[in-house]
Design a protein around this ligand. Structure first.
Ligand SMILES: *[C@@H]1O[C@H](CO)[C@@H](O)[C@H](O)[C@H]1NC(C)=O
Ligand SMILES: *[C@@H]1O[C@H](CO)[C@@H](O)[C@H](O)[C@H]1NC(C)=O
Length: 392
């Protein structure tokens, strides 16, 4: 159980102090210039472009305890639901209940950060309605069809068709809280290395011709050498050999004029970190999205590329003067500073729960009847849900 009531203050997280990590590399230079989103009104556009689109399919649906139970029971019968967690909120307390006894570290780390993010924000005044929902903390979505998901499942990543502006999956996206995007990081543009930096891991699920490894091949060509500074810092791919290079700290990334963001296994959280920096972000064209990707735009916040045109894109960028680069990096830094703070993310989750509850028959009555003491444990929580569902 994680209480919202403890006395810990969050002030320093929401208003970080300006710190200078080394000569000329400034962190949080923008804190005083643009105000962070602090209320739901400030996030209206973000809700419209992201959250409300995820809920579109459920707008005229209604679901209840029996639908939630049906989803949980089918998950428990299928392949181990390693990345699924039943999450309840009651009286400002959050109860994460993983569907398996031993959750992979990655999944449980993500759950713990979400819970902590909500608890933190609650102490700062964000309110969360009482609710009970299914949370999926895997790199892939859960709901490829409505039949499988009569009620929304909350996930971190899914796919998006940019042409039809729709998703093949019904998951409702919410933010990662284990990656924090609060700071902005700046380095004088005229002193940057005029190459595109990528430091990335090779994951086990990645194909040999994935973008990361393709860029590595390109870097061996003459033109590639001129434009690319790419390297693999961590190789998790079984049976694959690659020369590793040292890790570059995130703040140090600011010393390169261009930063490359490629997909990992699916979407890469690194993208959000790169938007904080006053270097031009080159993002791989991709269908994989996190919750906010539908609000950032190529040509405004970043430059988009694919495997086939990356060197051509970099050649064209040579004609951009510093002012043009700064215009775009300013938009990116402002976006990240205003909308991607832990507090703004918690507001987003609060609104997601509000929309979820709106279509959830009797969630309020149900949560008032289920005892808090039943919510710490999956078994007792499921029994309480069953009791409620059967008593109608
Ligand atoms: C919650 O607040 C603490 C204390 O300020 C901070 O260290 C921690 O990173 C925050 N957690 C999240 C997930 O935001
Ligand atoms: C790898 O990707 C590049 C760039 O898209 C493409 O030109 C090449 O044919 C691919 N190679 C293989 C073996 O699929």
């Amino acid at each position: 159980m994680f209480s919202f009531h403890s006395s810990f203050t969050l002030f320093q997280v929401i208003f970080p102090l300006t710190v200078v990590t080394c000569l000329q590399l400034t962190v949080n230079s923008k804190s005083d210039l643009v105000e962070r989103a602090k209320r739901h009104e400030d996030l209206q556009g973000i809700y419209e472009h992201n959250l409300e689109r995820d809920f579109a399919l459920y707008r005229s649906a209604s679901y209840g305890a029996s639908d939630l139970l049906r989803m949980i029971e089918s998950a428990l019968q299928g392949r181990a639901p390693k990345h699924l967690t039943l999450l309840a909120i009651k009286n400002r307390e959050v109860y994460p209940m993983p569907l398996t006894e031993v959750q992979p570290k990655l999944a449980s780390r993500r759950v713990a950060a979400i819970v902590e993010g909500l608890v933190n924000a609650s102490k700062e005044g964000v309110t969360f309605e009482d609710t009970i929902l299914l949370l999926n903390t895997w790199d892939e979505p859960k709901c490829a069809n409505m039949g499988a998901c009569p009620a929304p499942v909350f996930s971190l990543i899914k796919q998006w068709n940019w042409d039809t502006e729709s998703s093949p999956q019904n998951d409702v996206l919410i933010p990662f809280f284990n990656h924090q995007y609060g700071d902005t990081i700046s380095y004088p543009t005229q002193h940057k290395v005029a190459k595109a930096l990528m430091r990335a891991a090779v994951q086990n699920g990645m194909r040999e011709n994935c973008t990361r490894l393709w860029l590595l091949e390109l870097a061996k060509t003459d033109l590639g050498q001129k434009h690319l500074d790419v390297g693999i810092t961590n190789n998790l791919k079984k049976g694959f050999q690659v020369q590793l290079v040292p890790f570059v700290e995130m703040a140090e990334h600011a010393k390169w004029r261009y930063l490359i963001s490629t997909d990992g296994f699916t979407a890469s959280c690194r993208f959000g970190k790169l938007l904080q920096i006053n270097s031009l972000v080159l993002k791989e064209e991709s269908t994989w999205i996190e919750y906010y990707y539908r609000s950032v735009k190529p040509g405004v916040h970043f430059i988009s590329f694919n495997k086939d045109n990356v060197l051509k894109v970099l050649q064209e960028l040579e004609h951009y003067d510093d002012a043009q680069v700064l215009k775009m990096t300013n938009s990116a830094q402002d976006f990240s500073h205003i909308f991607l703070s832990q507090y703004a993310k918690a507001l987003y989750v609060s609104r997601a729960i509000h929309l979820y509850n709106k279509q959830f028959k009797e969630v309020e009555r149900m949560m008032s009847q289920i005892k808090s003491s039943d919510l710490g444990n999956l078994h007792t929580a499921l029994n309480a849900l069953k009791l409620y569902a059967s008593s109608g």
